[in-house]
Structure formats: C-alpha cells, structure tokens
Design a protein around this ligand. Sequence first.
Ligand SMILES: *[C@@H]1O[C@H](CO)[C@@H](O)[C@H](O)[C@H]1NC(C)=O
Ligand SMILES: *[C@@H]1O[C@H](CO)[C@@H](O)[C@H](O)[C@H]1NC(C)=O
Ligand SMILES: *[C@@H]1O[C@H](CO)[C@@H](O)[C@H](O)[C@H]1NC(C)=O
Ligand SMILES: *[C@@H]1O[C@H](CO)[C@@H](O)[C@H](O)[C@H]1NC(C)=O
Ligand SMILES: *[C@@H]1O[C@H](CO)[C@@H](O)[C@H](O)[C@H]1NC(C)=O
Ligand SMILES: *[C@@H]1O[C@H](CO)[C@@H](O)[C@H](O)[C@H]1NC(C)=O
Length: 445
Amino acid sequence: MLKTHLLSLRLVVGLVVLFGIAQGLNPKCEVNEQGGGSALKVFHVYSPCSPFRPPKPVSWEENVLKMQAEDQARLQFLSSLVAVPVGGAKKSIVPIASGKQLNAQSPSYIIRVKVGTPAQTLFMAMDTSNDVAWLPCKGCVGCSSTTVFDSNKSTTFKSVPCGAAQCGQVNNAVCNGKACGFNMTYGSSSIAANLSQDTVRLSIDPVPGYTFGCIQKSTGSSVPPQGLLGLGRGPLSFLSQTQNLYKSTFSYCLPSFRSLNFSGSLRLGPSSQPLRIKYTPLLKNPRRPSLYFVNLKAIRVGRKIVDIPPSALAFNPVTGAGTIIDSGTQFTRLVAPAYTAVRDAFRKRVGNATVTSLGGFDTCYNVPIVPPTITLMFSGMNVTLPPENIMIHSAATSIQCLAMAAAPDNVNSVLNVIANMQQQNHRVLFDVPNSRLGVARELCT
Ligand SMILES: *[C@@H]1O[C@H](CO)[C@@H](O)[C@H](O)[C@H]1NC(C)=O
Ligand SMILES: *[C@@H]1O[C@H](CO)[C@@H](O)[C@H](O)[C@H]1NC(C)=O
Ligand SMILES: *[C@@H]1O[C@H](CO)[C@@H](O)[C@H](O)[C@H]1NC(C)=O
Ligand SMILES: *[C@@H]1O[C@H](CO)[C@@H](O)[C@H](O)[C@H]1NC(C)=O
Ligand SMILES: *[C@@H]1O[C@H](CO)[C@@H](O)[C@H](O)[C@H]1NC(C)=O
Ligand SMILES: *[C@@H]1O[C@H](CO)[C@@H](O)[C@H](O)[C@H]1NC(C)=O
C-alpha cells in the first residue's frame, strides 16, 4: 500500500520502511513510513488506525460529546498555566489538575518516538502547550498502556540525580534516595515519575540525554496511556532541549481525525520548512509563558467583519488574555462576547434553517446548509477556513454543527484558543527565533 505523499516526496532521504502499528493492526493502517529529513507522521488519537481509539465503536454523537468534555477540561488546564513567583523567580507552573480537569492535558495528535539504545518504539502525544515529557515505564504500577519503556534494556538510560539543574526545573520535585522524581496530580489521577534521561529519536536525528519523566506509579484512570511530548516554550520542553539541533523551529500538518492514513506530519528544524507561507507575529505572554500567543484582530463571516468588542480579542500581558494556537484543544473556543457575535453572524448567513444543539455546540442543523466561510484575521495574515474546518458532520445522521464554542465562563476565561480542528489541513509553522507563526493551506488528510 504505497502511498505517494506530497510532503514526504520533497523530503525523502531514502530509508523506506513499511510496517503496521504495534497494537490493533488493521491492514488498511499500514503506513509508508518515509524516514525523510526531520519529518515524522502525525495521527489523531481517535483515528481508525490509532491504538488509542476507543475500544468499542462509539456513535458519532458520543465521540463528539467525549471530545467536548475533554476540551472543557483542557481549557481549564490552559487557564491554569499562569506564571507565579517561586522562590523569587518566575516559573511556569507544571499543571496541578483538579478533579474537574479530567483529561486536562489529553491531547489529540500522536507521533511515534524511539527511545533508548537499542531503540524502543513508543507513542507520544504532541502538545504545544506543555513543557514536560513523560513515558509509562516498565514496572509502573497502575499504567494502562501495554507498551512501556524498559529502562533496563537501554544502555544509554540514566536517572537524574537530585542536585541536577533539570531537577530544579520541575515543580514538586522529590528525592527518591539519590534520584530526582516528581509527583503530580492529573485529573482524578496522580502520577509519580522519576526524572530520567535517554536518547530519543523523533525522526532520524538522535537526541542524546533527553530529560523526561519515567512514570513509576499512576492511580485513577485519567492518565492517557501514551506518553506526552511537550512542545511548549519552557526550559524542559523538547524545543528547549533540542535548541542546537532544531533551533526552536517546527511545523505540523494535522490530518482530519477520521483520516485512516498517517498522513499528518511534524517537521523539525528550519531547513525543511515551506518557503511560501503567510506569517503573523508570535507573541509571548509573560503571564502564560509556555503558550504560543498570536494577535487575532478580527473575525469575518462570509465577507462581513463581525462586530466583536475589542476587549474580547485583546492581548494583555498582565492578565494573560489573548489568543493562542493549541494542538491539544479539539474545537476553537472564543470568549463569550466574541463567540456570540460570530455565531449570530453565522446563523444569520445560513438563513431560515432551524437551529438545534448537540452537547456544547449550540449551532447545529438537521438539514443541508451552505455554511459561510469564516476568516481569522491576524496581524498581517488572514486565514479563511474551508467548510470542513468549520462544520463537524455526523457520518450516520444528517446533523452538522458549527465546531466552535464559547470559552468556559469563569474568571480565567480570557483565552481564545484556535484549536486543532480549525487547523486541520494547514501547515502551521512555529518559528520561535524569528517570533513568527506561519500558516499555509496544505492537504494532509
Ligand atoms: C489512504 O491511502 C490509500 C493508498 O494510498 C488511498 O487509496 C486511500 O484513499 C487513503 N485513505 C484516506 C482516508 O486518505
Ligand atoms: C532492572 O534490573 C534490576 C536488576 O536486575 C531489577 O532489580 C529491577 O527490578 C529491574 N527494573 C525494571 C524496571 O525492570
Ligand atoms: C524511581 O521512583 C521510585 C518511587 O517513585 C523509587 O523508589 C526508585 O528508587 C526510583 N528509581 C530510580 C532508578 O530512580
Ligand atoms: C510521591 O508518590 C509516591 C508514590 O505514590 C509516594 O510514595 C510518595 O510519598 C509521594 N511523595 C510526595 C512528596 O508526595
Ligand atoms: C426565509 O423565510 C422567509 C419566509 O418564509 C422567506 O421569505 C425567505 O426567502 C427565507 N430566506 C431564506 C434565506 O431562505
Ligand atoms: C485581510 O482581509 C481584509 C478584508 O477583510 C483586508 O482589508 C486586509 O488587507 C487583509 N489582510 C491581509 C494581511 O491580507
């Protein structure tokens, strides 16, 4: 099943390996893994080929409601990422999730990673709003994954000692004898991990001495089974740890979650990035230093610019307000005044069809409609979303919904989050050294 892949073709450096996914093999899921340059495949956690898809087939409605519930918690998690003074120095908080934040960090897109020497293949969820990385490790009590990292089988594995600099970069560090560990709560679960180092390989480049948490103990059921790869901006993030190799530059193209093929890609480093791409400045908000902020100035529905109170979109370094691009939230969330204005303009354009709701979506239709386009107007860049990034459709019934919602109504609801469904089939480039974010349409589904 050789798939000609537009992107990979540009990047091929030989080495074509055909293999199926470790668990839950579906012959349709075989991928043509082209180990080119620094590009790697990305797939949705609920994709039919994902080993992490729900065990029983669930209805479209159930799936949507589940994703919405995850988003609700995700938004609370993102809101909780505020910098607070710790011992005099500003430090990004490693998430302490409350019970309400079930699956708070559970991101939607997965990549394959090789860890240790010889390499063990594991999955990690990519998360642009997180700094830490972790993996379920052998001997873990309570981890749900069947694929775990066995540190004993790796000749390059090291545990991080208590006095090490990295130990000072995690919150709630604890000393297990000589080794540095950390405990954290996660949804209704808690995790105990040892801070560890080993060689990881996302694409062809080995990253020696990569620091991550090796999970030893997990309670409750809210810890996602796969590992997590933080692509945020903090000191322990993958970007910071590979600064010399990838220069804090990466891009991804996220495929639709229905896509069978592992057609998304994550490209690391400046050399493999597109030349023709539109840019908007990437902003850093000192109140939420791990997150990727942009300046969303206005939103157009069809040709009309929606009347949104300027305060709803304003970037504010004091309150941490503004707009972020996030790989882990599924559906775009706008603060209530912005969402209401966009939704009303959208409904008006659709016309007379009866509006219904589904879970957190309040603008659904049971009859065919022609949705207007929605354009996100950033500083220096307009991004017009195609219909498939605006409406979520049921395969079984005729229902379709505007795939956006209002941000949860609480004191922290100052963040607009451009989520992954709205980013699907676009190349999104994070160019940290030049403080810019690029977006270009690219079909990767
Ligand atoms: C996946 O790839 C195969 C082979 O190239 C192709 O025939 C099929 O249409 C693709 N499926 C999807 C969902 O993109
Ligand atoms: C690693 O090997 C040591 C010594 O054989 C053993 O005590 C320990 O339980 C092993 N650890 C794991 C995670 O398998
Ligand atoms: C890992 O952590 C456990 C408890 O969390 C501790 O008992 C053990 O000594 C640690 N092992 C290493 C190699 O750091
Ligand atoms: C961390 O978690 C481990 C394992 O659950 C537990 O034994 C230890 O007491 C915890 N340490 C702290 C400081 O909470
Ligand atoms: C909406 O309904 C009114 C009255 O039934 C009709 O005159 C009008 O043409 C309809 N508009 C659209 C956009 O369908
Ligand atoms: C975005 O679209 C508006 C019209 O709605 C236009 O005035 C503006 O110049 C466009 N911006 C860019 C950067 O193309």
